[in-house]
Design a protein around this ligand. Structure first.
Ligand code: GTP
Length: 307
C-alpha cells in the first residue's frame, strides 16, 4: 500500500505555519501570560479545519511537493518510496503533566528540563511536519514485526481555554495517551471528574468525558501516570492509577519523561495494537495489549530493548 503524506491547514489556503495556523492573535500569545488562567474562553471554528491528501503513483513527487510547500526547498537525489502504515496518536491531559516532555523523550531521547512553557492549541512544531519515513521530520517510525509503522503524534495544550482547538483533532486520532502527574492530585481527578469553575463560568469536562464525546468509538486509549521519578512528591499511588485504568478497561503504566522509564514501551504497545488491528487476520489470535505490556516490562528490566 502506498501511504500518502498528509497535512492539516486551519485557514483558507494560507501557508500553515505555527504563527498563522489559528490567527496571530492566538499563536502570538505564547508567552508567560499563557501560564496564568484566562477568564476568556478561546473559541475555534471547527469548520475551518481542512484535510488535504496527496495521491498519485509512486515517484510522481508527492513528498517533494509537500517539502517544497512546507520548507520552500527541493531535496534532490535520493528517492525512497513511502511504505508501511501510519496512525495518529494524541497526547491528552492537564497542563504541565508532561505531554510535551514525553513526546520529546520518545522522539529525541532527551529530557526537556528547565522553564515550563505551556503548549498553545496543537503543537505545530511536532504536528505540522513533512514525513519522510524516519529520515527527516519529527514523526516517529517504529518497526512492528518487520513492518514500518508511522506514528504521527499530536501534542495538545492541556489548558482549558484551548480545549475547543483540540476537539477538532480527536476525530482523526486512532490512539490517545491520557496523562496525569503522579505528584498532582487534580490532574488525576480530572481524568474522570467534571468541574465547574464558578468564577469564570467555564465548565471543565473530565478527559474521559471529552474522549467519549469527541473521539472515535474504537479509539485505543492508554492511561499514563507521569513523573514517576518524583518519588518524594508522589500523591497518587501506583495502585490508584491501576484501579482507574481497570475500571475503564484501558492499559496503564507509570512513565518518566526525565528518566525515560516506560516511554518507549507506551508508544510501542500502541503501535503494535494499531498495527494488529489494521492487519488482523481472522485465524490469528487477537493481540492482547495488557499481556504485551506486562511481558515487555519484565523484559526491559532484565534485558533491555523492546520486541
Ligand atoms: N521530574 C519530572 N519532570 C517532568 C517530567 N515530565 C515533565 N516534567 C516537567 O513538567 C513540566 C511540564 O512539562 P510539559 O511537558 O511542558 O507539560 P505539558 O503537559 O505539555 O503542558 P501543556 O503544554 O500546558 O499542556 C516541565 O517543567 C517539565 O520539565 C517527568 O517525567 N519528571
Amino acid at each position: 500500500m502506498d501511504f500518502t503524506a498528509e497535512f492539516e491547514t486551519a485557514d483558507h489556503g494560507e501557508t500553515p505555519n505555527p504563527d498563522s495556523a489559528y490567527g496571530s492573535s492566538v499563536m502570538d500569545t505564547d508567552t508567560e501570560d499563557n501560564q496564568t488562567h484566562s477568564t476568556t474562553p478561546f473559541t475555534y471554528d471547527e469548520d475551518l479545519t481542512h484535510k488535504t491528501i496527496l495521491v498519485g503513483d509512486s515517484g510522481v513527487g508527492k513528498t517533494s511537493l509537500l517539502v517544497q510547500f512546507d520548507q520552500g526547498k527541493f531535496i534532490p537525489g535520493s528517492f525512497s518510496a513511502t511504505v508501511g502504515i501510519g496512525f495518529t496518536v494524541m497526547l491528552l491531559g492537564d497542563s504541565a503533566v508532561g505531554k510535551t516532555c514525553i513526546l520529546v523523550r520518545f522522539k529525541d531521547g532527551a529530557f526537556l528540563g528547565g522553564n515550563f512553557i505551556a503548549t498553545v492549541g496543537i503543537d505545530f512544531r511536532i504536528n505540522f511536519v513533512i514525513e519522510q519515513w524516519g529520515t527527516v521530520g519529527q514523526n516517529k517510525v517504529v518497526t512492528v514485526d518487520n513492518m514500518k509503522v508511522k506514528l504521527q503524534i499530536w501534542d495538545t495544550a492541556g489548558q482549558e481555554r484551548f480545549r475547543s482547538v483540540t476537539h477538532a483533532y480527536y476525530r482523526d486520532a486512532q490512539a490517545l495517551l491520557l496523562l496525569y502527574d503522579i505528584t498532582r492530585k487534580s490532574s488525576f481527578d480530572n481524568i474522570r471528574c467534571s468541574h465547574v469553575i464558578f468564577f469564570s463560568s467555564v465548565t471543565m469536562q473530565a478527559w474521559l468525558t471529552e474522549i467519549h464525546e469527541y473521539a472515535q468509538k474504537d479509539v485505543v486509549i492508554m492511561l499514563l501516570g507521569n513523573k514517576s521519578d518524583m518519588a518524594a512528591e508522589r500523591v497518587i499511588k501506583h495502585e490508584d492509577g491501576q484501579k482507574l485504568a481497570k475500571e475503564y478497561g484501558v492499559p496503564f503504566m507509570e512513565t518518566s519523561a526525565k528518566t525515560g522509564v516506560n516511554v518507549e514501551l507506551a508508544f510501542h504497545a500502541i503501535a503494535r495494537e494499531l498495527k494488529h488491528r489494521a492487519a488482523e487476520q481472522p485465524h490469528e489470535p487477537k493481540f492482547q495489549i495488557h499481556d504485551y505490556i506486562e511481558s515487555q516490562k519484565e523484559k526491559s528490566t532484565c534485558c533491555g530493548g523492546l520486541m
